[in-house]
Write a protein that binds this ligand. Sequence first.
Ligand code: ATP
Ligand code: MG
Ligand code: FE
Length: 338
Amino acid sequence: MLILGIETSCDETGVALYDTEQGLLGEALHSQVDLHALYGGVVPELASRDHIRRLVPLAREALSQAGRGLGDVDLIAFTQGPGLAGALLVGASVAAGLGLALGKPVTGIHHLEGHLLSPLLAEPRPEFPFIALLVSGGHTQLMRVDGVGRYRLLGETVDDAAGEAFDKTASLLGLGYPGGPALARLAEGGNSKRYELPRPKIHSGDLDFSFSGLKTAVLTKVRQHSPLDETARADLAASFQAAVVDVLVAKCLQALDAEGLQRLVVAGGVGANTSLRSQLASATAARGGQVFFPPARLCTDNGAMIAFAAALKAPMGSPHEPGFPVFPRWDLAAAASR
Ligand code: ATP
Ligand code: MG
Ligand code: FE
């Protein structure tokens, strides 16, 4: 079965083709980073308009990579939520239109479920059950995953997401938008022990996170030591990254202990962070466990994870429903029990 996946929840337009026999056959992606950089954040209306412009050319590109035509597609999957309403509607309406024109089923996919299942696209593939750490721009959650569609939330951030903390801290350090990857690069050459920063909630006993205080602590350091020279900026970036990574690693180990599991799966944009990857690898190995990541390019938003989630979830798809509802706010636990 050939599945066309469409992702338009935020500021990436992604289209991919996943074949249930042959795997990923085509992937096309356009990031709107440059478009929004001027404003220091995503402008929803601009995002929707750009998705409209990019979607069809990207679909053509993915199909040509795969050497297939639209007529070969058996199922169309799109991100139904959560995300920006207008942006989601672009993907939903294109999917619905294609479904009607081709007479093929259309299925809506939960964006976080796309992220969550994306580590299963890599080899070796983790077996169920496992603990999933979902660390993205909008979410930081720990989940117990017993199978496709069987997710139990163990803990989550009570304020900022880890990716959001990276982006806001990067902005404090003058790194522009979105600063997560730039901050990680700056941190590479820095001394992570130079600035003492808190590890929020590390000993809280629960599996929740809090990152907004950490960002404020960085702001205080910036003010105290301003103007920061290049070394100081790198050291502060490294100290911040170490604080986030310490908390994430500690809570992952706590979750594995609490559930008596040895397999950890990491998904979402912050999962691309090399320091997080290496610390989690050594921490899980030290207790006889294992950590699994998606390929780095599939950590952030993309169409491949949407097509793949559809392949795992709905082999037959669902009949096309009239209209194209989207859910800008949508809880994954609720989606799982749908
Ligand atoms: P959500 O999936 O929760 O709706 P989103 O789709 O915006 O949010 P993703 O695309 O999964 O989030 O990830 C983007 C986030 O990942 C951004 O906050 C970005 O700064 C962060 N990020 C990407 N690469 C890195 C990295 N190497 N180190 C740290 N953070 C990173
Ligand atoms: Mg994005
Ligand atoms: Fe995302």
